[in-house]
Design a protein around this ligand. Sequence first.
Ligand code: ADP
Ligand code: MG
Length: 366
Amino acid sequence: MANVYRDLIPEKRLLILVNPFGGQSKAKSIFEGKVKPVLEAAKCKLDIQYTEHRYHALEIAKGLDIESYDTVVTVSGDGLIHEVINGFLQRPDAREALKKVSLGLIPAGTSNSLSISMSGEKLGFDATHNALQVIKGRPLALDLCSVTYDDSRYFSFLSQSFGIAAYADLGTEHMRWMGDTRPVIGLMQEIFSKRTYRMEASLLIAESDKQKIKDNYKNSLKISEWKSPASGEGSVKDTMPALSEPVPENWTTINGDISMFLTSNVPLLNRGMLSHPCVSANDGFIDLLLVRGDKGIVKQLSMFTNVDTGKHFDMDIVEYYKVKAFRLKPIVKPGKNAYVAIDGEHASIKQFQVEVHPSLGSVLSL
Ligand code: ADP
Ligand code: MG
């Protein structure tokens, strides 16, 4: 007999995007074996699409009928999430779309930073827990960043990086067989070769005192606490001056050699790597970790032995800032290679600027 009470409860309408080639190509079996049965048991209405090429998920999000769905679920790594967010942000009704349709996450890629940070390390790869998050989760507001070059603009939900961490992500792709130990080997190579990178960065700093950042973090919203996504209409505008203009006087400029310039909007950028321990999902700030270029092998190595617990934060070689915006100009000597990584993907090695847009997106979380 039909459950008459069940019929009174509005069903959850999910668009499921599965990247069959994400990670070790296990997304399809994870979804069909572990996630789909749970979603069906919860009487969710499922529309399932397998992505067929790069930017397919972006195109789907850009053209989505937002009245037909409550949630877009990505069964993938961070790459597909980046595409869905950018698809929404290319719409004329970007703000309404992001408010109306939340993201649900089933981690099935090589890097799953947002999902790991949402669920906590131990639960990060528990497909049943992730399915429950999609069914029962509430929308948690997520700050997003616009990234502007002289000829393009897009959005970033995760991180912006220049220096040895960008190399570790992108310069080690020939070692893919190593799985997620690959970036660790990359970092070691860079530290032992004493590689530094030259840049000019200008920051709109909200707080630079590490003790105050720590105290504020303890007293304020953490990633597990609640705030709804922001309401708003239309597209998303930047408030920074154009790249061709100088930065305002209240910005701080840092000129010189660095080892690592690494921002994040999640606390765990990788499994076991609590790189940004004072991140809140929606505090309206970008967390910047900066290590200057003359700190020596021993100190840098000890930073990496402390990063699993976040204790590197207290080391004197680590600078940590809450910023609202920044501009970065990589200065690369001829014959040298360098990388800029935005959300873990290759980006142009030229001047760009970033601004945070508070609570613009949302992700389902328990
Ligand atoms: P990973 O974490 O392993 O990188 P992601 O799910 O993040 O996995 O996806 C990586 C990239 O795969 C994304 O940038 C996306 O554009 C691309 N992609 C999606 N579908 C396909 C496909 N069918 N063939 C090739 N690439 C794809
Ligand atoms: Mg933040």
